[in-house]
Design a protein around this ligand. Structure first.
Ligand code: P6P
Length: 325
């Protein structure tokens, strides 16, 4: 009989000397994402598809499910006294919740929104930080990814999966028919080598030279310098890409491109790249912005963007080396 989430958390906290409050934050996130899963699965029958008719701080059109997922997470986290504050992709600034709280929670409530109306996997991404001493302000959140107390995601795919780490390995839970998360995989490891890459090829003409070179080599396959054929995937839902890499290896790239030279990348550091990079590293993979280890980047803004290269360590290291020359 596999462990339920409450049983696993109780044992994992005890085995690793982790605070009960951290477990309660994971429970709150799991319950809120179970509600989000119910709404996602209702789709058109729940009247939750389509545009919300509003935009967010990113200047992106909000889908109804973006707004709903954001509200469900804020309401749930605000009721947990262990949470001092939260930051969301859908909120301009942070939200103070419980003054005595020990943790800060940052999240992308529904990543991959462009896939919602076409029934392709989407996900919730979350990052948990200790609240620094003193008054809560934006600076309280701007901690490097290596400081995360926990991170993870919920993938709304053929199954609803909860995947997280508390810094002691990665664990995978599947939502069962009774709407309980049950442990279905412990400590998955990302193979150091891979023959599968994920990148949006339509941006190829905008990439910098090292990424151009890297992708040309992969496309040359066994006829080129890499000496083996590669497969390509692009789901346009980072959570789905990262989960595939967690399960079978691979490398994911969303590089800086020339479309907006002032933008270091498309993806957000605090609630996409950092939480997913911690998962990848905890599973033996690697993650960087092509130059610097992702978890070492010192944040300067809640919504700052970053280039992302993550997955099988030997591929990520190779891309990193191409940027050194
Ligand atoms: P593009 C989804 O909007 C997202 O933030 C990531 O989940 C995904 O990897 C990427 O953007 C897709 O971007 O430019 O291919 O639509």
């Amino acid at each position: 009989m596999s462990a339920t989430l409450p049983d696993f958390i109780a044992q994992h906290l005890s085995q690793n000397g982790l605070p009960a409050e951290l477990g309660s934050v994971i429970h709150t996130l799991a319950r809120a994402c179970t509600d989000i899963s119910r709404q996602v699965r209702a789709g058109a029958l729940g009247g939750v598809l389509g545009s919300a008719g509003s935009g967010n701080v990113q200047g992106e059109e909000q889908k109804k499910l973006d707004v709903l997922a954001n509200r469900l997470l804020i309401n749930a986290l605000a009721q947990n006294t262990a949470v001092a504050g939260l930051a969301s992709e859908e909120e301009d600034s942070f939200v103070a919740t419980n003054e005595q709280g020990r943790y800060l929670v940052l999240f992308d409530p529904l990543d991959g929104s462009s896939n919602i109306d076409v029934n392709i996997s989407i996900g919730t991404i979350f990052s948990v930080l200790e609240k620094p001493a003193g008054a809560l302000n934006t600076e309280s959140f701007l901690q490097p990814g290596r400081a995360q107390a926990a991170s993870g995601y919920v993938l709304y795919g053929p199954q609803t999966l909860l995947v997280f780490t508390l810094g002691h390995g990665v664990y995978v839970f599947t939502l069962d028919a009774a709407q309980e998360f049950v442990l279905t995989q412990a400590l998955p490891q990302i193979a150091a080598d891979s023959a599968e890459f994920a990148i949006n090829m339509s941006n190829q003409r905008h990439w910098e030279a090292p990424v151009q070179q890297y992708i040309v080599e992969l496309l040359a396959g066994s006829t080129g310098s890499r000496g083996k054929d590669y497969n390509m995937r692009w789901v346009a839902s980072m959570v789905a890409e990262v989960h595939r890499i967690l399960m079978r290896g691979g490398v994911f790239l969303y590089p800086k491109d020339a479309r907006d030279p002032n933008k270091p990348g498309k993806l957000r550091l605090m609630y996409e790249a950092n939480p997913l990079s911690l998962i990848v590293e905890q599973a033996g993979g690697a993650a960087c912005d092509a130059h610097t280890r992702m978890l070492d980047i010192r944040p300067i803004g809640l919504h700052q963007r970053v280039a992302v290269v993550l997955g099988s360590r030997n591929e990520v290291d190779y891309v990193h080396r191409l940027h050194q020359t």
